[in-house]
Ligand binder design. Structure first.
Ligand SMILES: [Mg+2]
Length: 126
């Protein structure tokens, strides 16, 4: 059985969503998008994805909260946290994301090959 893996991508920046969607679809994944934390959680509860890529700094609901809630519901879920550079606190947010249960953390900008290979290796360890 080789079912297409589902990836949920949550980011408040449309450009990032579009870019990540293209990258993941090219890599053969089934992609769903959410523009904020609330929408991301709704999507998560509707259908559990195999992996989540979430931004950390978003209005409405922060990425850290989402990571904590998703891991509580589904401890085996793989999560990649991403955050923008340029903000003073981006690095420490990412560090906290790791403590909250994110499996990998990336600071923007990241390359296609690094994020795609992170996704693939996380999904392989199932
Ligand atoms: Mg953001």
């Amino acid at each position: 059985m080789n079912q297409t893996k589902k990836i949920l991508i949550i980011d408040d920046e449309p450009d990032i969503l579009v870019m990540l969607k293209k990258m993941m679809e090219r890599a053969g994944f089934d992609v769903r998008l959410a523009v904020n934390g609330d929408e991301g959680l709704l999507s998560f509860y509707e259908e559990t994805p195999d992996l989540v890529i979430t931004d950390i700094i978003m209005p409405e609901k922060e990425g850290l909260e989402i990571i904590r809630e998703m891991k509580k519901q589904h401890p085996a879920l793989k999560i990649i946290a991403i955050s923008g550079g340029g903000r003073i606190s981006a690095e420490s947010y990412l560090e906290t994301a790791g403590h909250f249960g994110a499996n990998r953390i990336f600071q923007k900008p990241f390359t296609q090959s690094e994020i795609v290979s992170a996704v693939k290796s996380l999904l392989e360890t199932d």
